[in-house]
Design a protein around this ligand. Structure first.
Ligand code: ACM
Length: 262
């Protein structure tokens, strides 16, 4: 499996231009699974919920369709963040579009900071491997700090975690090493770069997108600045083996009977 990321800097509010940019950046890529940043079609620093809703689109919207067409024509699976409108509600979502033209949408389970003001909370975010898609599982950015997110995906059979991000804190990349080790999964974190400043709010995104293997080893990593397209070859079957030694198993040795969930 060819697996990678496109680290980039979207321009706030310029949805068509951001999708043009993605099409152009991927013009030579075929037969691969590529992760893009969180909210890559719109940008991140919304001033209000209304602004997020105005820039949002449904899962049948223009950007999703354009990237679905791209995936179809080039044998790509693309996972990218977008602002999803559903009636009066607006979600921080990620779409995974496949070479067969399927569209799977995950709504972020754990909203970060001002996202609690600009987005609706997903009532039933689906933390399950995508059916029929070589065991892909999707989580978005701040989901990383809740180990249950990645664990839920691994328990449902996900072997490769796709993780669109807009990271502003410095710890995620390191933490994902542990997420991959404790679940024996591959993980692609695709972060954005650059600074977004809007009406007194300024955020600098931390880059360092990465692909990790099932032992937390870095297979590819981008820098703190600049666009970066990187693709590596992996064997997702390596993530099928959850044995630590002859007596220990990562998933079967868990003790849900003694863990607290609240
Ligand atoms: C984040 O969840 N965008 C930090």
């Amino acid at each position: 499996m060819r697996l990678g990321f496109l680290q980039m800097q979207p321009r706030f509010g310029e949805v068509d231009r951001n999708v043009d940019h993605i099409e152009n950046a991927l013009r030579r890529v075929r037969h691969a699974t590529i992760v893009l940043p969180e909210l890559v079609t719109t940008g991140y620093v919304f001033e209000s919920r209304r602004e997020a809703w105005d820039l949002a689109e449904t899962r049948r919207g223009r950007s999703v369709q354009r990237l679905r067409d791209l995936a179809r024509s080039r044998d790509l699976t693309l996972c990218f963040g977008f602002a999803e409108r559903d009636g009066e509600r607006v979600y921080n979502s990620a779409a995974t579009v496949t070479p067969q033209g399927r569209v799977h949408v995950y709504r972020k389970a754990h909203l970060f900071d001002r996202e609690k003001v600009t987005f609706d909370r997903a009532e039933k975010p689906v933390l399950r491997a995508i059916r029929g898609e070589t065991r892909l599982g999707v989580m978005i950015c701040f989901d990383w700090i809740f180990p249950e997110t990645c664990r839920s995906l691994a328990l449902s059979g996900a072997r490769v975690i796709l993780h669109p991000s807009n990271l502003v804190m410095p710890w995620c990349q390191q933490a994902m090493t542990t997420r991959t080790l404790e679940n024996a999964v591959f993980a692609v974190t695709c972060n954005r770069v650059g600074t977004e400043s809007r009406r007194g709010i300024s955020l600098r995104f931390t880059g360092r997108s990465q692909v990790l293997d099932t032992k937390g080893r870095v297979l590819a990593r981008a820098g703190v600045r600049g666009e970066s397209l990187q693709i590596v070859n992996i064997d997702p079957e390596e993530a099928a083996n959850k044995k630590i030694n002859t007596r220990n198993h990562l998933l079967r040795d868990r003790r849900p009977d003694v863990y607290r969930t609240r």
